[in-house]
Design a protein around this ligand. Structure first.
Ligand SMILES: *Cc1c(COP(=O)(O)O)cnc(C)c1O
Length: 396
């Protein structure tokens, strides 16, 4: 079943990502074009003493191996691991921690990550420092000999703030070499950013979003270059049984084949939507706009701006009306799907955060988040425009 983690071209040059996502080889006995789903929990052994490559799907399954090797090419990693969800990936990382350890994480962090870290702080004897990780000095001020994990996201969601991943990583590694730097790369996917290239230890991603692309599975991915860290992560996956199930591995493999073309279209649409909103004098947060205060920093790390943006209308009531007046834009959490979504973070995904904390983190209550899909751009803009007019946010 093995395939080489890289697919060198005849000239020795690596294929471009658009090629890598669709190209894969396997040693399937029938040369199946689509990797089979090994829907089995157990594998029979040749004898009582010789163990084959696989014995039990919690420990390993050929469909999962194929997915993990395919992802390793795409994420430029020595090893990737596929697990049950993005939060499962974060949970696996958190098992590297022990009581007394300190974690430094962002303040505009994914809600589920925030919840898991709070649980660990309450029950696991771990100290969590929430700082604005988009300010290098804020991170530096918390790094000390007990720092075990630094958790970064860029861009953040929904405030679309940019974190200087290389500078933070270099500082942490120089100060506390054994500390682990992990980056949640869900917002950009490997199509636009690859933090492993900046020397971070672990990149993880919710494959529920761009990687799978159709909002039909939950999945998570961990990518590393250090084999020892990879073994420690695999230990937890095998010990707890959170490896991705064969059928979901197959669906994810299928989704990844169209990742490049989906991401490109969604990103192009997002740029047009962002420009339309900015032209109508609304305050827009999107790294594809020159007005983004960290535009240069973003483009020093990334090759794309992604397909998630947020904007303000100036009034919570108007924002609520905009969200409810949109038709093409589905009211839903999440992103990275083929269809476009609209939401009000303070009322939905971030509602569990205390309003006082939201205010401290300068999260505007009227903020609207758009997660742009692959529809026709003019349909998306027209629909948004009529919603904005109907809600009184702009003049017709
Ligand atoms: C969705 C998401 C997660 C969690 O992933 P699940 O697959 O929903 O468990 C983590 N981080 C970010 C940035 C996300 O958007």
């Amino acid at each position: 079943m093995s395939l080489s983690p890289a697919s060198p071209t005849p000239s020795g040059r690596r294929y471009k990502l658009d090629t890598e996502v669709v190209y894969s080889e396997s040693s399937d006995q029938y040369r199946a074009s689509s990797v089979p789903i090994y829907q089995t929990a157990t594998f029979k052994q040749a004898s009582g003493t010789e163990m084959g490559e696989y014995d039990y799907t919690r420990s390993g399954n050929p469909t999962r191996t194929h997915l993990e090797r395919h992802l390793a090419k795409i994420m430029n990693a020595r090893r990737t691991l596929a697990v049950a969800s993005g939060m499962s990936a974060m949970d696996v990382i958190s098992r590297l921690l022990k009581p007394g350890d300190e974690v430094i994480a962002g303040d505009d962090l994914y809600g589920g990550t925030n919840r898991l870290l709070t649980y660990l702080a309450t029950n696991g004897g771990i100290t969590v420092h929430h700082v604005d990780t988009t300010k290098v000095d804020a991170v530096k001020s918390k790094v000390n000999s007990r720092t075990a994990l630094v958790l970064l996201e860029s861009p953040t969601n929904p405030l679309i703030k940019i974190c200087d991943i290389p500078t933070v990583t270099k500082f942490v590694k120089a100060t506390v070499p054994e500390a682990i730097v992990a980056v949640d790369n869900t917002m950009l996917s490997p199509m636009a950013q690859n933090p492993l290239d900046f020397g971070v230890d672990i990149v993880y991603e919710s494959a529920t979003k761009f990687l799978s692309g159709h909002h039909d599975i939950m999945a998570g991915v961990l990518a590393v270059n250090d084999e020892q860290i990879g073994d420690r992560l695999f230990f937890t996956i095998n010990a707890t049984g959170c490896g991705l199930a064969p059928f979901d591995c197959w669906l994810l493999l299928r989704g990844i084949k169209t990742l490049a073309i989906r991401f490109e279209k969604a990103q192009k649409n997002a740029q047009l939507v962002a420009e339309f909103l900015e032209e109508r004098s609304l305050k827009v947060r999107y790294p594809g706009l020159k007005s983004h205060p960290q535009y240069d920093l973003h483009w020093s790390m990334a090759t794309g701006a992604g397909a998630v943006l947020s904007f303000e209308t100036g009034s919570v009531e108007i924002s609520e009306r905009v969200v409810e007046s949109a038709r093409l834009w589905g009211i839903s959490v999440s992103f990275g799907c083929v269809n476009s979504l609209i939401s009000m973070p303070c009322k939905m995904s971030h509602a569990s955060i205390d309003p006082k904390v939201r205010a401290e983190r300068e999260m505007p209550e009227d903020l609207i988040r758009l997660c742009v899909g692959i529809e026709d751009a003019s349909d998306l803009v027209d629909d948004l425009k009529s919603a904005l007019v109907q809600a009184g946010a702009i003049k017709a």
